[in-house]
Design a protein around this ligand. Structure first.
Ligand code: PEP
Ligand code: MN
Length: 340
């Protein structure tokens, strides 16, 4: 349920509502909106507390949350939320660009990549130090050494570092170096990991599992939000279908659907979503045209020698051109939207 407070409700009235919700054995989450404050009352209790909560001072109404996810839903928070770290901003009208290699390979590779990302106008640097590889014989990442290289690249460029954490036991280590924790597609339903990143004091980029439905995706986000971490971004990175002309199938309608159902920023990953370098620029442009709040792109100094995902990585030159095209589309749409 959500307890919608009157527009002028006082802090004391909000606090009293929170205590009332908690006394009913429910968890209270206060969401301060631009117009009103709402208190989300969350729990699996089936009893109806509508009347008793509605009689509280400063309370306007109590409405049930229809969606299976609660904190992630637009019902609880009608305004879009925004994630902001260093110069990276995504959501509520801002588009954030994250780019970098699939894996951190060595100092020169990550530093050159960071400089190119920065020069082209990117604000986030990606790079895996812990790599979830299908085969145990493939390159598994540089682990802490990779994290140190990412931190050095941030030091030099000011880009915020986005990197994957694969297990609960690695959260503290990765959080010491990262600015945004990435939960990979294979881990979308690793509920203990979702809780652990929910307790870390950092924004989270949650990738959609290749076979997860939208409800499963949003319920996974709910695990993170439920720990009190409201800095969550959803990343559509393509799903498994019968089609094989692309590595995964990239559904851009996810942007529109998610914007309707959730306030969380939506990031598109055209690299994993297509699996082919030549498709990435057009899908990046299409994603921002569809209203994506950000992109995450694989970029490598020499994709042909990359230790992972070279076949879907852009060169610096291709990335620079893609950024220009994305910006042109964003600016053009903003101008039209101002007029209509
Ligand atoms: C990655 O970002 O390199 C990655 C492994 O992504 P995903 O979890 O979407 O497969
Ligand atoms: Mn990759």
């Amino acid at each position: 349920m959500i307890v919608v407070m009157e527009p002028g409700a006082t802090q004391d009235e909000v606090d009293a509502t929170v205590r009332r919700v908690e006394s009913l054995g429910l968890k209270a989450n206060v969401i301060v909106g631009t117009e009103r404050t709402v208190v989300a009352a969350i729990g699996d209790k089936r009893e109806h507390h509508k009347e008793s909560l509605e009689s509280g001072a400063g309370v306007s109404e109590v409405v049930p949350i229809a969606a299976p996810y609660k904190m992630a839903s637009r019902e609880v928070r009608p305004e879009p939320s925004q994630v902001k770290v260093l110069d990276f901003v995504a959501g509520a009208g801002e588009v954030g660009f994250i780019a970098g290699p699939c894996s951190v390979e060595n100092e020169q590779q990550i530093l050159e990549s960071a400089r190119a990302v920065k020069a082209a106008g990117g604000t986030g640097l990606r790079g895996g130090a812990f790599k979830p590889r299908t085969s145990p014989y493939s390159f598994q990442g540089l682990k802490e050494e990779g994290l140190k290289l990412l931190a050095a690249a941030r030091e030099e460029t000011g880009l915020c570092v986005v990197t994957e954490v694969m297990g609960t036991s690695d959260v503290d280590l990765v959080a010491r170096y990262a600015d945004i924790l990435q939960v990979g597609a294979r881990n979308m339903q690793n509920y203990r990991l979702l809780e652990a990143v929910g307790q870390a004091n950092l924004p989270v980029l949650l990738k959609r599992g290749p076979s997860a439905t939208m409800d499963e995706f949003l319920l996974a986000a709910e695990y993170i939000l439920n720990e009190g971490n409201d800095q969550v971004m959803l990343c559509e990175r393509g799903i498994r279908t019968f089609e094989s002309h692309t590595r995964f199938t990239l559904p851009l309608a996810s942007v529109t659907y998610l914007h309707r159902k959730t306030h969380l920023p939506v990031i598109i990953d055209p690299s994993h979503g297509t699996g082919h370098t030549y498709m990435v620029p057009d899908m990046a442009v299409a994603a921002v045209a569809a209203g994506a709040d950000g992109l995450i792109l694989e970029v490598h100094p020499d994709p042909s020698t990359a230790l992972s995902d070279g076949y879907q990585s852009l060169t610096f030159d291709e990335f620079g051109k893609t950024m220009k095209r994305c910006r042109a589309v964003i600016d053009a749409l903003r101008n039209v939207d101002k007029e209509v």
